[in-house]
Ligand binder design. Structure first.
Ligand code: SF4
Length: 88
Protein backbone atom coordinates (compact mmCIF):
# COMPACT_ATOMS: atom_id res chain seq x y z
CA UNK A 1 0.00 0.00 0.00
CA UNK A 2 2.94 2.41 -0.42
CA UNK A 3 1.05 4.04 -3.29
CA UNK A 4 -1.06 5.69 -0.62
CA UNK A 5 1.72 8.09 0.30
CA UNK A 6 1.26 9.63 -3.16
CA UNK A 7 -2.48 10.07 -2.75
CA UNK A 8 -3.79 13.61 -2.98
CA UNK A 9 -6.25 12.84 -0.20
CA UNK A 10 -3.36 13.13 2.27
CA UNK A 11 -3.48 16.87 1.64
CA UNK A 12 -7.22 17.08 2.27
CA UNK A 13 -9.48 16.84 5.28
CA UNK A 14 -9.97 13.06 5.65
CA UNK A 15 -13.65 13.56 6.44
CA UNK A 16 -14.20 14.78 2.87
CA UNK A 17 -13.87 11.15 1.70
CA UNK A 18 -16.39 9.79 4.20
CA UNK A 19 -19.70 11.55 3.60
CA UNK A 20 -22.18 11.03 6.40
CA UNK A 21 -25.92 11.24 5.90
CA UNK A 22 -28.65 10.17 3.55
CA UNK A 23 -27.10 8.98 0.29
CA UNK A 24 -29.45 11.10 -1.81
CA UNK A 25 -29.18 14.27 0.23
CA UNK A 26 -27.73 17.42 -1.31
CA UNK A 27 -24.83 17.81 1.13
CA UNK A 28 -23.75 14.17 0.71
CA UNK A 29 -23.95 14.47 -3.07
CA UNK A 30 -21.86 17.65 -3.05
CA UNK A 31 -19.29 16.18 -0.66
CA UNK A 32 -19.07 13.00 -2.74
CA UNK A 33 -18.49 14.98 -5.93
CA UNK A 34 -15.85 17.13 -4.21
CA UNK A 35 -14.01 14.01 -3.06
CA UNK A 36 -14.24 12.44 -6.51
CA UNK A 37 -12.79 15.63 -8.02
CA UNK A 38 -9.71 15.19 -5.82
CA UNK A 39 -9.44 11.53 -6.89
CA UNK A 40 -9.62 12.45 -10.58
CA UNK A 41 -6.45 14.53 -10.17
CA UNK A 42 -4.71 11.86 -8.09
CA UNK A 43 -1.71 10.08 -9.66
CA UNK A 44 -2.56 6.78 -7.97
CA UNK A 45 -6.27 6.70 -8.71
CA UNK A 46 -6.20 3.42 -10.67
CA UNK A 47 -4.19 1.60 -7.99
CA UNK A 48 -6.45 2.96 -5.31
CA UNK A 49 -9.54 1.83 -7.20
CA UNK A 50 -8.12 -1.65 -7.79
CA UNK A 51 -7.27 -1.94 -4.09
CA UNK A 52 -10.72 -0.83 -2.98
CA UNK A 53 -12.46 -3.20 -5.39
CA UNK A 54 -10.35 -6.15 -4.28
CA UNK A 55 -10.68 -5.34 -0.58
CA UNK A 56 -14.39 -5.87 -0.60
CA UNK A 57 -16.75 -3.51 1.17
CA UNK A 58 -14.91 -0.43 2.45
CA UNK A 59 -16.59 2.79 3.43
CA UNK A 60 -15.84 6.05 1.75
CA UNK A 61 -14.63 7.39 -1.57
CA UNK A 62 -11.66 5.45 -2.92
CA UNK A 63 -10.27 5.65 -6.43
CA UNK A 64 -12.98 8.11 -7.40
CA UNK A 65 -15.83 5.76 -6.55
CA UNK A 66 -18.36 5.19 -3.82
CA UNK A 67 -18.79 1.78 -2.23
CA UNK A 68 -22.04 1.42 -4.18
CA UNK A 69 -20.18 1.99 -7.46
CA UNK A 70 -17.44 -0.46 -6.47
CA UNK A 71 -20.06 -3.06 -5.64
CA UNK A 72 -21.29 -2.75 -9.23
CA UNK A 73 -17.70 -3.17 -10.47
CA UNK A 74 -17.30 -6.37 -8.42
CA UNK A 75 -20.23 -7.85 -10.28
CA UNK A 76 -18.17 -7.52 -13.47
CA UNK A 77 -15.21 -9.83 -12.74
CA UNK A 78 -13.45 -9.48 -16.09
CA UNK A 79 -13.45 -5.71 -15.95
CA UNK A 80 -12.27 -5.68 -12.32
CA UNK A 81 -9.44 -8.07 -13.15
CA UNK A 82 -8.33 -5.84 -16.04
CA UNK A 83 -8.36 -2.79 -13.77
CA UNK A 84 -6.24 -4.57 -11.18
CA UNK A 85 -3.76 -5.76 -13.81
CA UNK A 86 -3.44 -2.28 -15.30
CA UNK A 87 -2.72 -0.87 -11.87
CA UNK A 88 0.06 -3.34 -11.08
S1 SF4 B 1 -7.68 8.08 -5.63
FE1 SF4 B 1 -8.69 9.38 -4.09
S2 SF4 B 1 -8.85 8.12 -2.26
FE2 SF4 B 1 -7.37 7.14 -3.62
S3 SF4 B 1 -5.37 7.85 -2.96
FE3 SF4 B 1 -6.08 9.22 -4.60
S4 SF4 B 1 -7.14 10.91 -3.61
FE4 SF4 B 1 -6.91 9.27 -2.10
Amino acid sequence: MNWRVRGLCLREDPELFFPVGSINSGPVTIQTEDAKAVCRRCPVMQRCLAWAVEMGPVEGIWGGTTERERRALRRRPVRVRCTAENAA
